[in-house]
Design a protein around this ligand. Structure first.
Ligand code: NDP
Length: 522
C-alpha cells in the first residue's frame, strides 16, 4: 500500500476535478489505503488566489448587508444540501483520507452541526450590547459587531471537512465570504463542498476553494483577505503568521497538541481505559486533540494497562468497517516510526504494536509503558495510534508532567473526588472530565489552545466573534455642565478634578461606599 500523496503534475487523467483557473499544473490525489489515483485538481497560483479573494470581496459586500434571518436561511439550505449528499461526502472522505466509513460519517455529521449551530447563534452572539458609561453618564455606550470581509481558511488533512467547517460556518454566519485552501492531501472533498455551496447560496463566490500545495496556502496568507484562520502544525503556522504580517492581516492559529490524560486511583478504571483507547486511537490517532500521553496513579497502573491492552486487542485495523483506517500521510508514518524507535531505544516496554508493526500505510495500535519525558513520544506531537502510559506517585506529579509541554490544546482527567480541581490546574485550552474530546463535540464551547497549540478560538459565541470586527460607540444623549472633552472649561477645573479623584477613587465617601458594596456582593 502507498500512503496518500499529492504531487504536482502537468498531466491529468480523465478523472480530473477542480475549477478551471487557467493553470497548466495539476495536483493528484491518491487513496492512501490502495495507492489508487482518485483525481487531479488545479494548482492555484498567487494570481489565481488573488482573483478568488477579489471575487469573494464582491460577494462579502452584499452578504454582510443581509439580515441574520436571511443568512441563517441560506446556511440552512446549504446544510440540507450537504446532508442529502452525506453518503457521497463520507465516501470521498473515506477514499481520500483513509478513515473508515463510520468515522467519515461521524465527521460529516459533526460538520453539519457547526452549520446549524452557527446559523442559530449568530444573531444573539453578534447583537449590539450596551455597557455602562461610568463617569460619562450622559453617554449611551454600545459594542457592535461587523463582518470582516473575506476570511481565508487554511485546513489540514486529518479532519478535512470538520476542522475547516469549524471556521467556515461561523465566518459565513457572521457575514463574511470565505476562501478555503484545503490540504494538498484532501482537495477533492473540499471541491465537492464548494460545488454544493455554489448551487445553494444565492450569491456566487461566497465560499470558494483554492486547491494546491503549500505555495497556494502561502499566497492566501499574503492576499488581501481580512483574516486568516489556520489549522495545521506550529511550524507552518509560524510561516503563515510571517506571510500575513506583510499586510498586518490578523490570524487565528489552531495548531498541534500533545493532550494529556490523568487517571487517579479513585477513577472508574474501565471507563478511563475505554476513553484512553478511543482518545488515543480514533482517526488512527491523527487528531489534534488525541490523547497522546496518559499519567496513571501507581496504585492502579498495572490494572489500567491490562484493561487498555485488552480493549486495544479487540480492535480491527483496515477494511471498510475497521476501527482504524489507513494513515493519510506518508510523512507522518516516518514521524511515528521515529518516535516509537526512540522510545524503545530509551527503555519503553511495548505491550501491543510497536515500531515493527507498521505495514505500508497501516499502523497497529501501540501501547507503551515505562515511558518518560526524555522520550520524543512524550513531548513531541506523534499524531498516530499510540498510547504511552506513565506511572505517577501523586496527583501533583501527574499535573506537573501534564503541564510539562510546549503544547496546551486539550486534556482529560478521570477522577472522582478531585476531578474539577485537577481540571482547573491543567494548562490547556480545553479539558474533558471523566471523558475524552467531549469539548470538541459541544458546539457552544470555544475550541483552541495555549502555547504552541495556538491562539484565538473557533466554535460557539467566541468563535463567531473571531470573525467579526468589534466597534465601540459612545453617543452623547444630553449635555452636562462639566464637559471633560472640551478646552472651554468653566470654574476652577483642577480643584474640581482633585475633589473627584478623592471622592470617586480615594478615601472619599462615594469611593468607600462603592468598595464596601463590592465586598458585600463578593
Ligand atoms: P500542515 O501545517 O502541514 O498544513 C496545514 C495546512 O497549511 C495545509 O493546508 C497545508 O497545505 C498548508 N500549508 C503548507 N505550507 C504552507 C505555507 N507556507 N503557507 C500557508 N499554508 C501552508 O499541517 P497538516 O495538514 O499536516 O495537519 C496536521 C497538523 O494540524 C497537526 O499538527 C495537527 O495537530 C494540526 N491540527 C490542529 C487542529 C486544531 O484545531 N488545533 C485540528 C487538526 C489538525 P498542504 O497540505 O497542501 O501542504
Amino acid at each position: 500500500m502507498v500512503a496518500a500523496m499529492a504531487t504536482p503534475s502537468t498531466t491529468s487523467n480523465g478523472t480530473s476535478n477542480g475549477t478551471s483557473n487557467g493553470s497548466q499544473e495539476r495536483l493528484s490525489s491518491y487513496n492512501p489505503a490502495t495507492g489508487d489515483l482518485l483525481g487531479s485538481v488545479a494548482i492555484f497560483s498567487a494570481a489565481d488566489v488573488d482573483a478568488a479573494v477579489a471575487r469573494a470581496k464582491i460577494a462579502a459586500e452584499t452578504w454582510s448587508t443581509r439580515s441574520f434571518a436571511t443568512r441563517a436561511n441560506e446556511l440552512d439550505a446549504f446544510r440540507h444540501a450537504l446532508a442529502a449528499e452525506a453518503d457521497k461526502l463520507a465516501d470521498i472522505l473515506h477514499r481520500e483520507n483513509g478513515k473508515p466509513e463510520l468515522e467519515a460519517l461521524t465527521e460529516v455529521m459533526m460538520s453539519l452541526g457547526h452549520l446549524k449551530h452557527a446559523a442559530g447563534i449568530a444573531e444573539k452572539a453578534l447583537a449590539t450590547k450596551k455597557v455602562s458609561s461610568g463617569l460619562l453618564a450622559n453617554f449611551r455606550a454600545t459594542i457592535s459587531y461587523h463582518a470582516l470581509g473575506v476570511v481565508g481558511v487554511i485546513g489540514p488533512w486529518n479532519f478535512p471537512i470538520n476542522t475547516p467547517m469549524g471556521s467556515i460556518a461561523y465566518a459565513l454566519a457572521a457575514g463574511n465570504a470565505v476562501v478555503w485552501k484545503p490540504s494538498e492531501l484532501t482537495p477533492l472533498i473540499a471541491l465537492e463542498i464548494e460545488k454544493i455551496a455554489a448551487r445553494t447560496f444565492a450569491l456566487p463566490d461566497l465560499l470558494q476553494v483554492v486547491t494546491g500545495a503549500g505555495a497556494t496556502g502561502a499566497a492566501l496568507a499574503k492576499s488581501a483577505v481580512n483574516k486568516i484562520s489556520f489549522t495545521g502544525s506550529a511550524a507552518t503556522g509560524k510561516r503563515v503568521m510571517l506571510a500575513a504580517a506583510e499586510r498586518l492581516t490578523p490570524v487565528l492559529m489552531e495548531l498541534g497538541g500533545k493532550d494529556a490524560m490523568i487517571v487517579t486511583d479513585d477513577a472508574d478504571l474501565e471507563k478511563a481505559a475505554e476513553a484512553a483507547v478511543y482518545g488515543g486511537l480514533s482517526n488512527a490517532g491523527q487528531a489534534c486533540v488525541a490523547i497522546e500521553r496518559v499519567y496513571v496513579s501507581d496504585a492502579i497502573h498495572d490494572r489500567f494497562v491490562e484493561e487498555v491492552v485488552k480493549q486495544v486487542k479487540e480492535l480491527k485495523v483496515g477494511g471498510d468497517d475497521g476501527h482504524l483506517g489507513a494513515m493519510t500521510s506518508e510523512a507522518q508514518i516516518h514521524i511515528i516510526r521515529d518516535h516509537l524507535e526512540d522510545a524503545v531505544k530509551k527503555g519503553a516496554k511495548v505491550h501491543t504494536g510497536g515500531p515493527g508493526a507498521i505495514s505500508g500505510s497501516y499502523i497497529q495500535p501501540t501501547v507503551l509503558t515505562n515511558v518518560n519525558h526524555e522520550m520524543k513520544i512524550m513531548v513531541e506531537e506523534t499524531f498516530g495510534p499510540v498510547i504511552p502510559i506513565q506511572k505517577v506517585k501523586s496527583i501533583d506529579e501527574a499535573i506537573r508532567l501534564a503541564n510539562d509541554s510546549k503544547f496546551g490544546l486539550g486534556s482529560s482527567v478521570f477522577a472522582k473526588k478531585s476531578a474539577r480541581s485537577i481540571a482547573e490546574r491543567m494548562r490547556a485550552g480545553m479539558t474533558s472530565i471523566n471523558s475524552v474530546m467531549a469539548f470538541a463535540g459541544i458546539y457552544g464551547l470555544p475550541f483552541g489552545g495555549v502555547g504552541d497549540s495556538g491562539f484565538g478560538r473557533i466554535h460557539g459565541e467566541e468563535g463567531i466573534r473571531e470573525f467579526s470586527r468589534v466597534k465601540a460607540t459612545a453617543e452623547q444623549s444630553f449635555s452636562l455642565p462639566m464637559n471633560m472633552m472640551s478646552f472651554r472649561q468653566k470654574g476652577d477645573m483642577p480643584k474640581q478634578l482633585r475633589g473627584m479623584i478623592k471622592n470617586l477613587y480615594g478615601d472619599g465617601i462615594i469611593s468607600k461606599a462603592g468598595d464596601l458594596l463590592r465586598k458585600i456582593r463578593i
